[in-house]
Design a protein around this ligand. Sequence first.
Ligand code: TXA
Ligand code: MG
Length: 345
Amino acid sequence: MITKLLQAEDIEEAAALIRQGEPVGMPTETVYGLACDAGNPDAVRKVFSAKGRPADNPLIVHIADFSDWSPLVTEIPPLAQALADRFWPGPLTIILPRTERIPPVTAGGLDSVGVRFPAHPVAQALIKASGVPIAAPSGNRSGSPSPTTSAHILADMNGRIPAILEGGSCLCGVESTVIALDDAETVRVLRPGFVTPEQLGTIAGRVIVDDAVLTKVAEGTVVRSPGMKYRHYAPNAKVTLVQGSQADFVQYMKQHTEDGVLALVFDADAESCTANRIPFRTYGDTDEARAAAFFAALRDADAAGVRHLYVRAPRTDGVGLAVYNRLIRAAGYDIVHAESAAAAE
Ligand code: TXA
Ligand code: MG
């Protein structure tokens, strides 16, 4: 199979493929997804197979109109409605009990479904033209960094799916915030994203960040969101996340000068890295810029043959939490504290 790159004006061709039960690469404001008809079990199986995704990891369902939501879930509680009114269209996925409209295979065997109304105009156009709710996991091969350009999704899916719709670089660069409702006023963040816990707190009475967001899930634990237990976002290069000040980071890197090393640092660290002859590239100056850049940086490191990528850790508030959550997984939880590490060596 040759994977075709379609342009926005080819929406009808992409929509026809979706209706025929084929997967299509779809741009969204978060990352590129692997889109298919959420109600067609055969189409959903093709998506699982193209990704190499475990069958118990459910897909998010995408809609392009508020009225498309209620047929998919048994009930929309007032808190869920208020969150949707505030954050949709946008990078927020809300998990609620599903109706029969969502086949078990789409839901990874769970009795719930995560629904999201994406903000990207090409995604909205594809959903509308297809006339069906669209299931779409991120368009990477399972375990790899998520795709934030059409070139990334093509690199992972070439020959595995018939077409990819071009939509430019993804503005957010991290996948949507995934939430569940614990009760009438409590939001539980299962996966942090561009919609931050602080923002959710302006609508919800209480926001809980699930333990699995920042810590490693123990073997055999039952998790609320199956995706949290799998190895994720990992490039071929070994990744180490380094916490500490700029000075501590630079000290640490001066002791790690083996071949194939690259430091991924904040823009403001560039001068100090240059002065200390540390091979580096930057990934932004704000949490938002780092979110948009770091998946591409992981892929670029592989393309450049980097063997060990040392990443200066972002903050864990605001959008930084989403970046940190992805990076600890990319690093396989290899996190060092530069200050104490430098002192110990
Ligand atoms: O931004 C996004 O969410 C992108 C774009 C394409 O929309 N999609 C995406 O899908 O990131 P995926 O499948 O790569 O990640 C969805 C995550 C997984 O970790 C999955 O386990 C969790 O959400 N999830 C989905 N449905 C769930 C459910 N019913 N209950 C618990 N967790 C769920
Ligand atoms: Mg994913």
